[in-house]
Design a protein around this ligand. Structure first.
Ligand code: 4AD
Ligand code: MG
Length: 516
Protein backbone atom coordinates (compact mmCIF):
# COMPACT_ATOMS: atom_id res chain seq x y z
CA UNK A 1 0.00 0.00 0.00
CA UNK A 2 1.35 3.44 -0.91
CA UNK A 3 2.12 5.65 2.07
CA UNK A 4 -0.71 7.95 2.98
CA UNK A 5 1.17 11.12 1.94
CA UNK A 6 1.53 9.74 -1.59
CA UNK A 7 -2.23 9.56 -1.85
CA UNK A 8 -2.92 13.18 -1.11
CA UNK A 9 -5.47 13.61 -3.88
CA UNK A 10 -7.61 10.79 -2.62
CA UNK A 11 -7.24 12.07 0.94
CA UNK A 12 -8.59 15.45 -0.01
CA UNK A 13 -11.45 13.79 -1.80
CA UNK A 14 -12.17 11.80 1.31
CA UNK A 15 -12.57 14.94 3.35
CA UNK A 16 -15.54 15.94 1.21
CA UNK A 17 -17.25 12.60 0.90
CA UNK A 18 -19.80 11.03 3.10
CA UNK A 19 -19.59 7.93 5.23
CA UNK A 20 -22.57 5.68 4.80
CA UNK A 21 -23.66 2.05 4.89
CA UNK A 22 -24.69 -0.28 2.11
CA UNK A 23 -28.36 -0.32 3.06
CA UNK A 24 -28.48 3.45 2.40
CA UNK A 25 -26.77 3.54 -0.99
CA UNK A 26 -30.02 4.34 -2.82
CA UNK A 27 -29.77 7.86 -1.42
CA UNK A 28 -26.26 8.40 -2.81
CA UNK A 29 -26.47 7.53 -6.49
CA UNK A 30 -24.06 9.79 -8.43
CA UNK A 31 -22.25 10.75 -5.23
CA UNK A 32 -18.97 9.68 -3.71
CA UNK A 33 -19.23 7.78 -0.43
CA UNK A 34 -17.06 5.84 1.96
CA UNK A 35 -18.09 2.37 3.08
CA UNK A 36 -16.43 0.49 5.90
CA UNK A 37 -16.60 -3.26 6.05
CA UNK A 38 -14.96 -6.54 5.18
CA UNK A 39 -13.95 -8.27 1.96
CA UNK A 40 -16.54 -10.91 1.22
CA UNK A 41 -15.05 -12.01 -2.07
CA UNK A 42 -12.61 -10.80 -4.72
CA UNK A 43 -12.33 -11.46 -8.43
CA UNK A 44 -9.62 -9.83 -10.47
CA UNK A 45 -8.27 -9.81 -13.98
CA UNK A 46 -5.28 -7.81 -15.27
CA UNK A 47 -6.80 -4.34 -15.20
CA UNK A 48 -9.86 -4.62 -13.02
CA UNK A 49 -10.69 -5.99 -9.59
CA UNK A 50 -14.14 -6.68 -8.22
CA UNK A 51 -14.41 -6.60 -4.46
CA UNK A 52 -17.62 -7.76 -2.88
CA UNK A 53 -17.70 -5.81 0.36
CA UNK A 54 -20.03 -6.59 3.24
CA UNK A 55 -20.58 -4.03 5.97
CA UNK A 56 -23.15 -5.69 8.22
CA UNK A 57 -26.04 -4.02 6.41
CA UNK A 58 -25.59 -5.71 3.04
CA UNK A 59 -23.26 -6.61 0.19
CA UNK A 60 -21.90 -4.20 -2.40
CA UNK A 61 -19.81 -4.70 -5.50
CA UNK A 62 -16.84 -2.33 -5.50
CA UNK A 63 -14.90 -2.02 -8.73
CA UNK A 64 -11.26 -1.00 -8.83
CA UNK A 65 -9.90 -0.20 -12.26
CA UNK A 66 -6.19 0.07 -12.78
CA UNK A 67 -5.45 3.76 -13.43
CA UNK A 68 -3.20 6.57 -12.24
CA UNK A 69 -5.63 7.18 -9.42
CA UNK A 70 -5.56 3.59 -8.17
CA UNK A 71 -1.95 2.51 -8.82
CA UNK A 72 -1.15 3.16 -5.15
CA UNK A 73 -3.36 0.35 -3.99
CA UNK A 74 -4.54 -1.67 -7.01
CA UNK A 75 -2.05 -4.50 -6.59
CA UNK A 76 -2.70 -4.90 -2.89
CA UNK A 77 -6.45 -4.73 -3.22
CA UNK A 78 -6.72 -7.34 -5.94
CA UNK A 79 -4.99 -9.85 -3.66
CA UNK A 80 -6.74 -8.88 -0.42
CA UNK A 81 -7.61 -12.01 1.55
CA UNK A 82 -11.24 -12.79 2.31
CA UNK A 83 -12.53 -11.02 5.46
CA UNK A 84 -9.81 -8.35 5.48
CA UNK A 85 -11.31 -5.21 6.95
CA UNK A 86 -11.21 -2.02 4.92
CA UNK A 87 -12.69 1.34 4.02
CA UNK A 88 -13.47 2.04 0.39
CA UNK A 89 -14.30 5.38 -1.19
CA UNK A 90 -15.97 5.64 -4.55
CA UNK A 91 -18.74 6.81 -6.81
CA UNK A 92 -22.12 5.12 -6.42
CA UNK A 93 -24.12 4.00 -9.43
CA UNK A 94 -27.13 1.80 -10.00
CA UNK A 95 -26.26 -1.62 -11.39
CA UNK A 96 -29.12 -4.08 -11.62
CA UNK A 97 -26.73 -6.99 -12.22
CA UNK A 98 -24.59 -6.33 -9.14
CA UNK A 99 -25.42 -7.92 -5.80
CA UNK A 100 -27.58 -5.45 -3.89
CA UNK A 101 -28.28 -3.42 -7.04
CA UNK A 102 -25.54 -0.77 -6.68
CA UNK A 103 -21.91 -0.51 -7.64
CA UNK A 104 -19.14 1.64 -6.23
CA UNK A 105 -16.37 2.76 -8.56
CA UNK A 106 -13.44 2.91 -6.19
CA UNK A 107 -11.10 5.90 -5.95
CA UNK A 108 -9.49 5.06 -2.64
CA UNK A 109 -9.04 2.08 -0.34
CA UNK A 110 -7.72 2.00 3.20
CA UNK A 111 -7.02 -1.45 4.58
CA UNK A 112 -7.81 -1.65 8.30
CA UNK A 113 -6.43 -5.15 8.75
CA UNK A 114 -5.19 -7.73 6.26
CA UNK A 115 -6.83 -10.95 7.35
CA UNK A 116 -5.02 -14.24 7.73
CA UNK A 117 -6.39 -17.15 5.68
CA UNK A 118 -10.07 -17.24 6.60
CA UNK A 119 -11.02 -20.78 7.58
CA UNK A 120 -14.47 -20.67 5.96
CA UNK A 121 -14.12 -20.46 2.19
CA UNK A 122 -16.84 -20.64 -0.47
CA UNK A 123 -16.20 -24.37 -0.90
CA UNK A 124 -18.35 -26.77 1.20
CA UNK A 125 -17.30 -27.56 4.78
CA UNK A 126 -18.54 -30.27 7.09
CA UNK A 127 -21.09 -29.21 9.70
CA UNK A 128 -18.80 -30.02 12.65
CA UNK A 129 -16.16 -27.72 11.26
CA UNK A 130 -18.70 -24.94 10.75
CA UNK A 131 -20.15 -25.35 14.24
CA UNK A 132 -16.65 -25.20 15.71
CA UNK A 133 -16.21 -21.91 13.84
CA UNK A 134 -19.65 -20.56 14.63
CA UNK A 135 -18.16 -17.18 15.62
CA UNK A 136 -16.88 -16.78 12.05
CA UNK A 137 -19.52 -18.82 10.26
CA UNK A 138 -22.27 -16.34 10.98
CA UNK A 139 -20.57 -13.78 8.74
CA UNK A 140 -21.72 -15.87 5.77
CA UNK A 141 -24.82 -14.75 3.89
CA UNK A 142 -27.13 -17.59 4.84
CA UNK A 143 -26.39 -17.26 8.55
CA UNK A 144 -26.62 -13.49 8.31
CA UNK A 145 -30.14 -13.74 6.87
CA UNK A 146 -31.25 -16.21 9.53
CA UNK A 147 -29.99 -14.05 12.39
CA UNK A 148 -31.74 -10.98 11.01
CA UNK A 149 -35.00 -12.87 10.66
CA UNK A 150 -34.64 -14.17 14.21
CA UNK A 151 -34.24 -10.58 15.44
CA UNK A 152 -37.45 -9.61 13.63
CA UNK A 153 -39.33 -12.61 15.02
CA UNK A 154 -38.35 -11.53 18.52
CA UNK A 155 -39.20 -7.91 17.84
CA UNK A 156 -42.64 -8.89 16.59
CA UNK A 157 -43.23 -11.14 19.59
CA UNK A 158 -42.56 -8.27 21.97
CA UNK A 159 -44.61 -5.87 19.89
CA UNK A 160 -47.54 -8.28 19.75
CA UNK A 161 -47.78 -8.73 23.50
CA UNK A 162 -46.94 -5.15 24.43
CA UNK A 163 -49.56 -3.80 22.01
CA UNK A 164 -52.21 -6.23 23.24
CA UNK A 165 -52.12 -5.29 26.90
CA UNK A 166 -49.75 -7.90 28.28
CA UNK A 167 -47.27 -6.97 31.00
CA UNK A 168 -43.72 -8.31 30.76
CA UNK A 169 -42.67 -10.17 33.88
CA UNK A 170 -39.14 -11.55 34.06
CA UNK A 171 -38.97 -14.93 35.73
CA UNK A 172 -36.00 -16.46 37.54
CA UNK A 173 -33.40 -18.68 35.93
CA UNK A 174 -32.39 -20.30 39.22
CA UNK A 175 -35.47 -22.34 40.10
CA UNK A 176 -36.02 -24.42 43.22
CA UNK A 177 -38.09 -27.11 41.48
CA UNK A 178 -38.93 -28.70 38.15
CA UNK A 179 -41.46 -26.97 35.93
CA UNK A 180 -41.52 -29.57 33.16
CA UNK A 181 -40.41 -32.99 34.35
CA UNK A 182 -37.40 -34.06 36.36
CA UNK A 183 -35.56 -35.92 33.58
CA UNK A 184 -34.29 -32.79 31.87
CA UNK A 185 -33.15 -30.71 34.86
CA UNK A 186 -29.75 -29.06 34.98
CA UNK A 187 -28.70 -28.92 38.60
CA UNK A 188 -26.57 -26.04 39.86
CA UNK A 189 -24.88 -25.64 43.21
CA UNK A 190 -26.46 -22.59 44.83
CA UNK A 191 -24.24 -21.86 47.84
CA UNK A 192 -24.57 -25.47 48.90
CA UNK A 193 -28.24 -25.90 47.97
CA UNK A 194 -29.26 -27.65 44.78
CA UNK A 195 -31.26 -25.47 42.41
CA UNK A 196 -32.13 -25.95 38.75
CA UNK A 197 -31.80 -23.89 35.61
CA UNK A 198 -35.33 -22.88 34.59
CA UNK A 199 -37.05 -25.21 32.13
CA UNK A 200 -39.91 -22.73 31.88
CA UNK A 201 -41.08 -19.48 33.44
CA UNK A 202 -44.67 -20.67 33.41
CA UNK A 203 -45.33 -21.29 37.09
CA UNK A 204 -44.03 -17.80 37.84
CA UNK A 205 -46.11 -16.06 35.17
CA UNK A 206 -49.16 -17.92 36.47
CA UNK A 207 -48.64 -16.11 39.74
CA UNK A 208 -48.11 -12.83 37.90
CA UNK A 209 -51.31 -13.11 35.84
CA UNK A 210 -53.28 -13.06 39.09
CA UNK A 211 -51.79 -9.59 39.58
CA UNK A 212 -51.83 -8.17 36.03
CA UNK A 213 -54.37 -10.38 34.25
CA UNK A 214 -52.35 -10.70 31.01
CA UNK A 215 -48.60 -11.23 31.29
CA UNK A 216 -45.69 -12.79 29.46
CA UNK A 217 -42.14 -13.81 30.12
CA UNK A 218 -39.48 -14.16 27.52
CA UNK A 219 -36.08 -15.60 28.20
CA UNK A 220 -33.65 -18.46 27.93
CA UNK A 221 -34.75 -21.86 29.21
CA UNK A 222 -32.73 -24.99 29.81
CA UNK A 223 -33.34 -28.68 29.32
CA UNK A 224 -30.80 -31.43 29.80
CA UNK A 225 -31.88 -33.19 26.60
CA UNK A 226 -29.80 -36.35 26.57
CA UNK A 227 -30.22 -37.19 22.91
CA UNK A 228 -29.02 -35.03 20.06
CA UNK A 229 -31.86 -34.36 17.65
CA UNK A 230 -32.48 -31.68 15.07
CA UNK A 231 -35.39 -30.37 17.19
CA UNK A 232 -33.71 -30.13 20.58
CA UNK A 233 -31.26 -27.72 22.13
CA UNK A 234 -30.18 -27.68 25.77
CA UNK A 235 -30.53 -23.88 25.88
CA UNK A 236 -33.36 -22.26 23.96
CA UNK A 237 -35.53 -19.16 24.17
CA UNK A 238 -39.20 -19.27 24.96
CA UNK A 239 -42.00 -16.72 25.02
CA UNK A 240 -44.71 -17.63 27.52
CA UNK A 241 -47.94 -15.61 27.74
CA UNK A 242 -50.33 -16.35 30.59
CA UNK A 243 -53.91 -15.09 30.89
CA UNK A 244 -56.28 -15.01 33.87
CA UNK A 245 -59.94 -15.90 33.28
CA UNK A 246 -59.04 -17.71 30.06
CA UNK A 247 -60.36 -21.03 28.78
CA UNK A 248 -58.49 -23.44 26.52
CA UNK A 249 -60.32 -21.99 23.50
CA UNK A 250 -59.32 -18.44 24.48
CA UNK A 251 -55.69 -19.51 24.62
CA UNK A 252 -55.89 -21.23 21.21
CA UNK A 253 -57.31 -18.03 19.71
CA UNK A 254 -54.38 -16.00 21.07
CA UNK A 255 -51.81 -18.52 19.79
CA UNK A 256 -53.39 -18.48 16.32
CA UNK A 257 -53.55 -14.71 16.06
CA UNK A 258 -50.02 -14.35 17.41
CA UNK A 259 -48.46 -16.85 14.98
CA UNK A 260 -50.19 -15.15 12.03
CA UNK A 261 -48.81 -11.79 13.03
CA UNK A 262 -45.25 -13.12 13.37
CA UNK A 263 -45.37 -14.78 9.95
CA UNK A 264 -46.93 -11.69 8.33
CA UNK A 265 -44.26 -9.44 9.79
CA UNK A 266 -41.39 -11.62 8.54
CA UNK A 267 -43.00 -11.81 5.09
CA UNK A 268 -43.31 -8.03 5.09
CA UNK A 269 -39.76 -7.27 6.22
CA UNK A 270 -37.70 -10.15 4.85
CA UNK A 271 -39.30 -11.44 1.67
CA UNK A 272 -36.11 -11.17 -0.40
CA UNK A 273 -34.05 -12.80 2.30
CA UNK A 274 -36.50 -15.69 2.55
CA UNK A 275 -36.16 -16.13 -1.21
CA UNK A 276 -32.36 -16.12 -0.84
CA UNK A 277 -32.71 -18.84 1.78
CA UNK A 278 -34.69 -20.89 -0.72
CA UNK A 279 -37.85 -20.69 1.40
CA UNK A 280 -41.14 -21.59 -0.25
CA UNK A 281 -42.94 -18.24 0.12
CA UNK A 282 -46.34 -19.61 -0.89
CA UNK A 283 -46.23 -22.03 2.02
CA UNK A 284 -45.74 -19.08 4.39
CA UNK A 285 -48.43 -17.03 2.67
CA UNK A 286 -50.82 -19.90 3.42
CA UNK A 287 -50.44 -19.32 7.18
CA UNK A 288 -53.86 -17.79 7.83
CA UNK A 289 -56.66 -18.22 10.30
CA UNK A 290 -58.31 -20.56 11.07
CA UNK A 291 -55.74 -23.19 11.98
CA UNK A 292 -56.89 -26.82 12.14
CA UNK A 293 -58.06 -28.06 15.52
CA UNK A 294 -58.17 -31.76 16.34
CA UNK A 295 -58.06 -33.79 19.49
CA UNK A 296 -55.30 -36.21 20.34
CA UNK A 297 -57.75 -39.06 19.71
CA UNK A 298 -58.46 -37.73 16.22
CA UNK A 299 -54.73 -37.38 15.63
CA UNK A 300 -54.28 -41.05 16.59
CA UNK A 301 -56.97 -41.99 14.05
CA UNK A 302 -55.18 -39.96 11.38
CA UNK A 303 -51.97 -41.88 12.08
CA UNK A 304 -53.86 -45.13 11.50
CA UNK A 305 -55.50 -43.88 8.32
CA UNK A 306 -54.72 -44.68 4.70
CA UNK A 307 -53.65 -41.02 4.24
CA UNK A 308 -50.66 -41.61 6.50
CA UNK A 309 -49.74 -44.83 4.69
CA UNK A 310 -49.99 -43.15 1.29
CA UNK A 311 -47.82 -40.26 2.40
CA UNK A 312 -45.02 -42.55 3.51
CA UNK A 313 -45.33 -44.87 0.51
CA UNK A 314 -44.99 -41.84 -1.76
CA UNK A 315 -41.88 -40.81 0.17
CA UNK A 316 -40.43 -44.23 -0.41
CA UNK A 317 -40.86 -44.01 -4.18
CA UNK A 318 -39.76 -40.40 -4.40
CA UNK A 319 -36.65 -40.71 -2.25
CA UNK A 320 -35.55 -43.88 -4.05
CA UNK A 321 -35.77 -41.98 -7.34
CA UNK A 322 -33.92 -38.96 -5.93
CA UNK A 323 -31.10 -41.14 -4.62
CA UNK A 324 -30.62 -42.82 -7.96
CA UNK A 325 -30.61 -39.42 -9.73
CA UNK A 326 -27.99 -38.18 -7.28
CA UNK A 327 -25.90 -41.30 -7.92
CA UNK A 328 -25.81 -40.47 -11.62
CA UNK A 329 -24.95 -36.85 -10.92
CA UNK A 330 -22.13 -37.85 -8.59
CA UNK A 331 -20.62 -40.13 -11.25
CA UNK A 332 -20.72 -37.32 -13.80
CA UNK A 333 -19.14 -34.84 -11.41
CA UNK A 334 -16.44 -37.33 -10.44
CA UNK A 335 -15.58 -37.75 -14.09
CA UNK A 336 -15.16 -33.97 -14.43
CA UNK A 337 -13.11 -33.77 -11.22
CA UNK A 338 -10.71 -36.46 -12.40
CA UNK A 339 -10.73 -35.42 -16.06
CA UNK A 340 -8.32 -33.28 -18.01
CA UNK A 341 -10.22 -29.97 -17.94
CA UNK A 342 -9.31 -26.63 -16.40
CA UNK A 343 -8.21 -26.79 -12.76
CA UNK A 344 -10.97 -24.48 -11.48
CA UNK A 345 -13.60 -26.62 -13.17
CA UNK A 346 -12.13 -29.74 -11.57
CA UNK A 347 -12.05 -28.09 -8.14
CA UNK A 348 -15.64 -26.95 -8.50
CA UNK A 349 -16.77 -30.43 -9.49
CA UNK A 350 -14.85 -31.99 -6.59
CA UNK A 351 -16.54 -29.61 -4.14
CA UNK A 352 -19.95 -30.43 -5.63
CA UNK A 353 -19.25 -34.13 -5.25
CA UNK A 354 -18.81 -33.63 -1.49
CA UNK A 355 -22.10 -31.76 -1.28
CA UNK A 356 -24.00 -34.29 -3.37
CA UNK A 357 -22.62 -37.16 -1.30
CA UNK A 358 -23.74 -35.47 1.92
CA UNK A 359 -27.21 -34.98 0.48
CA UNK A 360 -27.35 -38.58 -0.69
CA UNK A 361 -26.32 -39.88 2.75
CA UNK A 362 -29.08 -37.76 4.27
CA UNK A 363 -31.69 -39.10 1.85
CA UNK A 364 -30.52 -42.66 2.39
CA UNK A 365 -30.97 -42.25 6.11
CA UNK A 366 -34.45 -40.84 5.61
CA UNK A 367 -35.26 -43.76 3.34
CA UNK A 368 -34.06 -46.28 5.93
CA UNK A 369 -36.30 -44.65 8.55
CA UNK A 370 -39.51 -44.73 6.53
CA UNK A 371 -40.49 -48.32 7.42
CA UNK A 372 -39.98 -47.53 11.13
CA UNK A 373 -42.08 -44.38 10.89
CA UNK A 374 -44.79 -46.34 9.07
CA UNK A 375 -44.82 -48.98 11.75
CA UNK A 376 -44.86 -46.42 14.59
CA UNK A 377 -47.85 -44.65 13.02
CA UNK A 378 -49.78 -47.83 12.24
CA UNK A 379 -49.21 -49.23 15.72
CA UNK A 380 -49.73 -45.97 17.59
CA UNK A 381 -51.65 -46.72 20.80
CA UNK A 382 -53.95 -44.34 22.63
CA UNK A 383 -52.06 -43.22 25.75
CA UNK A 384 -48.63 -42.86 24.17
CA UNK A 385 -47.12 -39.44 23.47
CA UNK A 386 -46.89 -38.40 19.84
CA UNK A 387 -43.36 -39.06 18.66
CA UNK A 388 -41.34 -36.81 16.36
CA UNK A 389 -42.21 -38.89 13.29
CA UNK A 390 -45.92 -38.94 14.24
CA UNK A 391 -45.94 -35.15 14.52
CA UNK A 392 -44.18 -34.93 11.16
CA UNK A 393 -46.89 -37.02 9.51
CA UNK A 394 -49.75 -34.98 10.99
CA UNK A 395 -48.06 -31.71 10.15
CA UNK A 396 -47.31 -32.75 6.56
CA UNK A 397 -50.93 -33.69 6.01
CA UNK A 398 -51.97 -30.04 6.63
CA UNK A 399 -50.94 -26.89 4.82
CA UNK A 400 -51.76 -24.71 7.82
CA UNK A 401 -50.74 -25.21 11.47
CA UNK A 402 -52.64 -27.83 13.48
CA UNK A 403 -53.69 -27.62 17.13
CA UNK A 404 -53.72 -31.06 18.71
CA UNK A 405 -55.66 -30.87 21.98
CA UNK A 406 -56.72 -33.08 24.90
CA UNK A 407 -53.80 -35.44 25.41
CA UNK A 408 -53.91 -38.32 27.90
CA UNK A 409 -53.43 -36.91 31.36
CA UNK A 410 -50.48 -38.88 32.65
CA UNK A 411 -48.13 -38.25 29.74
CA UNK A 412 -48.48 -34.52 30.35
CA UNK A 413 -47.26 -32.07 32.99
CA UNK A 414 -48.85 -31.96 36.45
CA UNK A 415 -50.27 -28.44 36.09
CA UNK A 416 -52.58 -29.13 33.14
CA UNK A 417 -56.32 -28.84 33.74
CA UNK A 418 -58.21 -32.10 33.88
CA UNK A 419 -61.06 -32.21 31.36
CA UNK A 420 -64.23 -32.15 33.47
CA UNK A 421 -66.10 -34.25 30.86
CA UNK A 422 -63.40 -36.89 30.38
CA UNK A 423 -60.95 -37.32 33.22
CA UNK A 424 -58.58 -39.39 31.06
CA UNK A 425 -57.44 -36.25 29.26
CA UNK A 426 -56.27 -32.72 30.00
CA UNK A 427 -57.17 -29.40 28.40
CA UNK A 428 -53.83 -28.91 26.70
CA UNK A 429 -52.55 -28.39 23.19
CA UNK A 430 -49.52 -28.62 21.00
CA UNK A 431 -49.35 -26.48 17.90
CA UNK A 432 -47.78 -28.35 14.99
CA UNK A 433 -46.34 -26.17 12.24
CA UNK A 434 -46.87 -27.47 8.69
CA UNK A 435 -44.38 -28.98 6.20
CA UNK A 436 -43.28 -31.61 8.68
CA UNK A 437 -41.89 -29.10 11.18
CA UNK A 438 -43.91 -30.40 14.14
CA UNK A 439 -44.42 -28.85 17.57
CA UNK A 440 -43.56 -25.19 17.98
CA UNK A 441 -45.93 -24.43 20.88
CA UNK A 442 -47.02 -26.34 23.96
CA UNK A 443 -49.72 -24.94 26.21
CA UNK A 444 -52.81 -25.61 28.32
CA UNK A 445 -55.51 -24.45 30.62
CA UNK A 446 -54.06 -24.78 34.13
CA UNK A 447 -55.63 -26.81 36.90
CA UNK A 448 -57.27 -24.17 39.09
CA UNK A 449 -58.78 -26.56 41.63
CA UNK A 450 -56.68 -26.94 44.77
CA UNK A 451 -57.62 -30.56 45.51
CA UNK A 452 -57.12 -31.83 42.00
CA UNK A 453 -53.77 -30.04 41.67
CA UNK A 454 -52.53 -31.37 45.00
CA UNK A 455 -53.64 -34.90 44.06
CA UNK A 456 -51.67 -34.65 40.83
CA UNK A 457 -48.55 -33.31 42.57
CA UNK A 458 -48.74 -36.27 44.95
CA UNK A 459 -49.46 -38.74 42.16
CA UNK A 460 -46.35 -37.57 40.30
CA UNK A 461 -44.24 -37.86 43.45
CA UNK A 462 -43.25 -34.17 43.33
CA UNK A 463 -41.92 -32.65 46.58
CA UNK A 464 -45.02 -30.79 47.81
CA UNK A 465 -43.02 -28.32 49.91
CA UNK A 466 -41.39 -26.92 46.76
CA UNK A 467 -44.81 -26.19 45.28
CA UNK A 468 -46.50 -24.61 48.30
CA UNK A 469 -46.19 -21.14 46.82
CA UNK A 470 -47.75 -22.45 43.60
CA UNK A 471 -50.60 -24.07 45.56
CA UNK A 472 -51.19 -20.66 47.19
CA UNK A 473 -52.46 -19.45 43.82
CA UNK A 474 -55.28 -22.01 44.23
CA UNK A 475 -55.91 -20.95 47.84
CA UNK A 476 -56.31 -17.24 47.26
CA UNK A 477 -58.75 -16.30 44.54
CA UNK A 478 -58.12 -19.12 42.12
CA UNK A 479 -59.55 -18.60 38.63
CA UNK A 480 -59.47 -20.49 35.34
CA UNK A 481 -56.35 -19.42 33.48
CA UNK A 482 -54.03 -20.65 30.79
CA UNK A 483 -51.15 -19.94 28.50
CA UNK A 484 -48.50 -21.46 26.34
CA UNK A 485 -44.83 -21.47 25.44
CA UNK A 486 -43.46 -20.89 21.96
CA UNK A 487 -39.90 -22.00 21.21
CA UNK A 488 -38.07 -19.25 19.32
CA UNK A 489 -35.57 -21.53 17.58
CA UNK A 490 -38.23 -23.90 16.31
CA UNK A 491 -40.23 -20.92 15.04
CA UNK A 492 -37.22 -19.36 13.31
CA UNK A 493 -36.28 -22.73 11.81
CA UNK A 494 -39.80 -23.19 10.49
CA UNK A 495 -40.08 -19.70 9.02
CA UNK A 496 -36.60 -19.82 7.44
CA UNK A 497 -36.98 -23.42 6.25
CA UNK A 498 -33.98 -24.68 8.26
CA UNK A 499 -33.86 -28.37 9.04
CA UNK A 500 -31.78 -28.21 12.19
CA UNK A 501 -32.26 -25.88 15.18
CA UNK A 502 -28.51 -25.31 15.51
CA UNK A 503 -28.66 -22.68 12.75
CA UNK A 504 -31.55 -20.80 14.38
CA UNK A 505 -29.54 -19.42 17.33
CA UNK A 506 -26.22 -17.61 17.35
CA UNK A 507 -24.46 -19.94 19.77
CA UNK A 508 -26.26 -23.29 19.88
CA UNK A 509 -25.91 -25.51 22.91
CA UNK A 510 -26.45 -29.22 22.51
CA UNK A 511 -25.21 -32.29 24.28
CA UNK A 512 -21.43 -32.35 23.81
CA UNK A 513 -21.44 -28.90 22.19
CA UNK A 514 -20.63 -25.76 24.13
CA UNK A 515 -17.75 -24.18 22.16
CA UNK A 516 -17.41 -21.39 21.10
O1 4AD B 1 -43.99 -27.97 25.40
P1 4AD B 1 -43.07 -27.30 26.37
O2 4AD B 1 -42.18 -28.17 27.17
O3 4AD B 1 -44.00 -26.41 27.27
C1 4AD B 1 -43.62 -25.69 28.36
O4 4AD B 1 -42.48 -25.53 28.72
C2 4AD B 1 -44.76 -24.97 29.01
N1 4AD B 1 -44.35 -24.63 30.40
C3 4AD B 1 -45.09 -23.75 28.23
C4 4AD B 1 -46.25 -22.99 28.80
O5 4AD B 1 -47.35 -23.49 28.78
N2 4AD B 1 -46.01 -21.80 29.31
O6 4AD B 1 -42.15 -26.26 25.59
C5 4AD B 1 -42.74 -25.23 24.85
C6 4AD B 1 -42.02 -25.04 23.55
C7 4AD B 1 -42.07 -26.25 22.62
O7 4AD B 1 -43.26 -26.29 21.89
C8 4AD B 1 -40.87 -26.00 21.74
O8 4AD B 1 -41.16 -25.03 20.75
C9 4AD B 1 -39.88 -25.38 22.71
O9 4AD B 1 -40.63 -24.84 23.77
N3 4AD B 1 -38.96 -26.41 23.22
C10 4AD B 1 -37.70 -26.57 22.76
N4 4AD B 1 -37.01 -25.93 21.81
C11 4AD B 1 -35.74 -26.31 21.59
N5 4AD B 1 -35.13 -27.29 22.28
C12 4AD B 1 -35.78 -27.97 23.25
N6 4AD B 1 -35.15 -28.90 23.95
C13 4AD B 1 -37.14 -27.61 23.53
N7 4AD B 1 -38.06 -28.04 24.41
C14 4AD B 1 -39.17 -27.29 24.19
MG1 MG C 1 -44.24 -29.80 24.46
Amino acid sequence: MAPLQARGAARKLQAMETKTTIDRLSGFVGKTVTLSGWVYNTRASGKIAFLIVRDGTGLCQCVVEKSDETTGFFDEVRKLPQESSLEVTGLVSVDERAVGGYEVKVVDVRVVQTAQDFPITPKPHGIDFLMGHRHLWFRSQRQWHIMRIRATVIDEIRRYYNDNGYILVDTPIFAPAAGEGAQTLFQVDYFGDPVYLAQTGQLYVEAACMSHRKVYCFGPTFRAEKSKTRRHLTEFWMIEPEIAYASLDDVLDVAEDFICSVVQRVLRDHRDELVDLGRDIDALEAIKKPFYRMTYSEAAELLHSSKAVELLDNDLTQKTAEISELGKKIEELEAVAKGGGKQWKKDKAAAEVIEARELRAELEEQLRNIPTHKKLAAEFKWGADLGGSDETIISRLHERPVFVTHYPKYIKAFYMREDRDDDRVVENFDLLAPEGVGEIIGGSAREEDYDRLLARIQHDGLPQADYEWYLDLRRYGSVPHGGFGLGIERTVAWICGIKHLREAIAYPRMRGKFYP
